[in-house]
Design a protein around this ligand. Structure first.
Ligand code: NAP
Length: 238
């Protein structure tokens, strides 16, 4: 049985990804940071393990992986999903907000990937799937720090894929369009309608749309894919 760690799996896209992997016979480890109750309910529902860790903190991540090593040996699949967003004019973004964005969205991936790799390199196999965003491809007004962090995830994915290919490890990126989760809760009905209007498929996405793409990359279908950016976005960005 393959073991998958999904970071930020207490809610939204991560939670649905945990669900779909559990349904497909994987051993699922749910990482969460603040939403303990939601993570516990989900873990119970799926028969999954849960581990609390702030992915931006190296010490938290090291503790999480030593627990994983003791219980399961390591992870075969790492889904770097944990992320934060903020809508703000560039001129109003503080240095602290900029640093927070990069600490979670980029350094979180650095920390988790570093900790996951020794087991994968030893086994000469593994799959790393990073969650970016369409805004990391196109840039979003009033989300410069978010867009920059998600563009960094794409660069990290491509470079790491080249480095880890010879070790039998694939590294890919999923760059979702607008997906109905708490992250988009501040969007008004008008905003949502406007977004639907500029999307060829005429709707915004669901966590399931992203979870299915992640599962595809993790399963046999994704074996010859590495360094790629796959963007489930309803045609909003082509
Ligand atoms: P969400 O509903 O706000 O959920 C975010 C998840 O990340 C939560 O489970 C949260 O855990 C976790 N998280 C945040 N900071 C963390 C930290 N420091 N350490 C560990 N976990 C942390 O967001 P979502 O929409 O599902 O987003 C998931 C990913 O998809 C993110 O990387 C996001 O940037 C990306 N994305 C989302 C959209 C969208 O439209 N929704 C579009 C493109 C890309 P706790 O609640 O336990 O703290």
């Amino acid at each position: 049985m393959k073991t998958v760690l999904i970071t930020g799996a207490s809610r939204g896209i991560g939670a649905q990804t945990a669900r779909i992997f559990a349904e497909n016979g994987y051993r699922v480890i749910i990482n969460y940071n603040k939403s303990k109750d939601a993570a516990e309910v989900l873990a119970k529902e799926l028969g999954a393990s849960i581990i609390c860790a702030d992915v931006s903190q190296k010490s938290d991540v090291e503790l999480m992986f030593s627990q994983i090593q003791n219980e399961f040996g390591g992870v075969d699949i790492l889904v770097n999903n944990a992320g934060i967003a903020q809508a703000k004019m560039f001129t109003d973004i503080t240095e602290e907000e900029w640093d927070d964005m990069f600490s979670v969205n980029v350094k979180g991936i650095f920390n988790c990937t570093k900790a996951a790799l020794p087991y994968m390199i030893h086994k000469k196999s593994g799959k790393i799937i990073n969650i970016s965003s369409i805004w990391g491809i196109t840039g979003a007004s009033c989300e410069v720090h978010y867009s920059a962090s998600k563009a960094a995830v794409i660069g990290l994915t491509k470079a790491l894929a080249k480095e880890l290919g010879p070790s039998g490890i694939t590294v890919n990126c999923v760059a979702p369009g607008v997906i109905e989760t708490d992250m988009c809760a501040s969007l008004s009905q008008e905003d949502i309608s406007a977004l639907k209007d500029e999307t060829p498929l005429g709707c915004i996405g669901t966590p399931d749309d992203i979870a299915k793409t992640v599962l595809f990359l993790a399963s046999g279908g994704g074996d010859f894919l590495t360094g790629q950016v796959i963007s489930p976005n309803g045609g909003m960005v082509i």
